[in-house]
Design a protein around this ligand. Structure first.
Ligand code: NAD
Length: 356
């Protein structure tokens, strides 16, 4: 199994080093090869996604990605900014399904802004479609308003669209993910107002016929936003379009109160994927050895489950993470009185020990 290791910028190299140690500790003959990406790619090769990095990502069975971005590169032209590397990888690798679990370990229930009893034990999976929707639909732009009370003024406009095949493939991802979890899918749309999402609802319903063992419910996005903060534990898998998913997945991430804990995956049609923590490169704490490596370690676990066909190892890593939290070990971002503050490296050590 070849794994492309792309640490990136800021805390990226620090957290990635711990994830690589955890993968090494599994005792499998993984072929792990590193390459520069983001600001590091620009500094070394003049581009955030250097050709050699892209070639490695394409060749590999899966990509483990740290984070990119640094204030140093904020003045570069847009095409050369570190964040372009993620967009480039998504496009070049055909990644269309973004999977973001929002898990709140009972030991961290105090970190959420919601009441512990509402979120303790939360374990939901948000699946966001990445290639369609109003983010990419054409035409778009600013033009002269053709009619109505503002006729003749300038107006901004975008086009919301989803092709049938795009909806079908993300629906399959959602139903198959649900089969590995609680067997329930909530498809979030705005079918009462938008033609695109009435179509979405019809197609998801049609795909559901192939998955009689999974329960499907449809929910309008405004209600879904409300339910996410009212009773988030009622969800299992949420599947939705690009824009609604963008918003709901960030809201769900914050339910857990600890961005340093949340992994994510972006998959292509054959389950090859890019795995990364949900957070950014945290330049404010880079180089201090205090970043939380658990989101990256849990991303490696997702990689083993979804792309490398090793659910047993994935489960072992997840159990090891749970065990270090039960031991009371905490990096600064999740530290509370009565727990033991540890560094990035010490957290990695503890996970490796718990695996053994
Ligand atoms: P961020 O996620 O990097 O940081 C937000 C806050 O969370 C900061 O206070 C940071 O210290 C903290 N934090 C993040 N990860 C942490 C961890 N593992 N352990 C402890 N604390 C952690 O978001 P930002 O500050 O808005 O962005 C910083 C840079 O990251 C920007 O250049 C941005 O473009 C980039 N970014 C990259 C990605 C990505 O690579 N996928 C995603 C988001 C932002």
């Amino acid at each position: 199994m070849k794994i492309a290791i792309l640490p990136g910028d800021g805390i990226g190299p620090e957290i990635m080093a711990q994830a690589v140690r955890v993968l090494d500790a599994l005792g499998e003959p993984f072929d792990m090869e590193s390459a520069e990406v983001g600001g590091a790619g620009y500094a070394a090769h003049g581009h955030p996604l250097p050709p050699a990095t892209l070639a490695l990502a394409k060749q590999a069975d899966a990509v483990l990605f740290g984070a990119v971005g640094d204030y140093r590169y904020d003045t570069l032209e847009r095409a050369l900014r570190p964040e372009q590397a993620i967009l480039g990888l998504r496009k070049e690798l055909g990644l269309f399904a973004n999977l973001r679990p929002a898990i709140l370990y009972p030991e961290l229930a105090g970190a959420s802004t919601l009441k512990p009893e509402v979120v303790s034990g939360l374990d939901i999976l948000i699946i966001r479609e990445l290639t369609g929707d109003i983010y990419f639909g054409k035409p778009r732009g600013v033009r002269e308003c053709p009619d109505g009370p503002f006729k003749g003024q300038r107006e901004g406009f975008d086009t919301m669209r989803y092709a049938e095949g795009e909806i079908r493939r993300i629906a399959h991802v959602a139903f198959q993910a649900a089969q590995k979890r609680g067997r329930r899918v909530t498809s979030v749309d705005k079918a009462n107002v938008l033609e695109t999402f009435q179509f979405w609802r019809d197609i998801v319903t049609d795909v559901h016929r192939e998955y009689p063992d999974v329960e499907l419910e449809h929910m309008y996005v405004d209600n879904a936003a409300m339910q996410l903060v009212r009773a988030p534990k009622k969800f299992d898998v949420i599947v939705t379009g690009n824009m609604f998913g963008d918003i709901l997945s960030d809201a769900a991430a914050m339910l857990t109160g600890s961005i340093g804990m949340l992994p994510s995956a972006s998959l292509d049609a054959s389950n090859k994927g890019l795995y990364e923590p949900s957070h950014g490169s945290a330049p404010d704490i880079a180089g201090q050895g205090i970043a939380n490596p658990l989101a990256t370690i849990l991303s490696a676990a997702m990689m083993l489950r979804y792309s490398l066909g090793m659910p047993g190892h994935a489960g072992r890593i997840e159990a090891a993470v749970k065990s270090v939290l039960q031991q009371g070990l905490r990096t600064a971002d999740i530290f509370e009185d009565g727990t033991q503050r540890v560094s990035t490296q010490q957290m990695g050590d503890a996970v490796v020990r718990a695996l053994a």
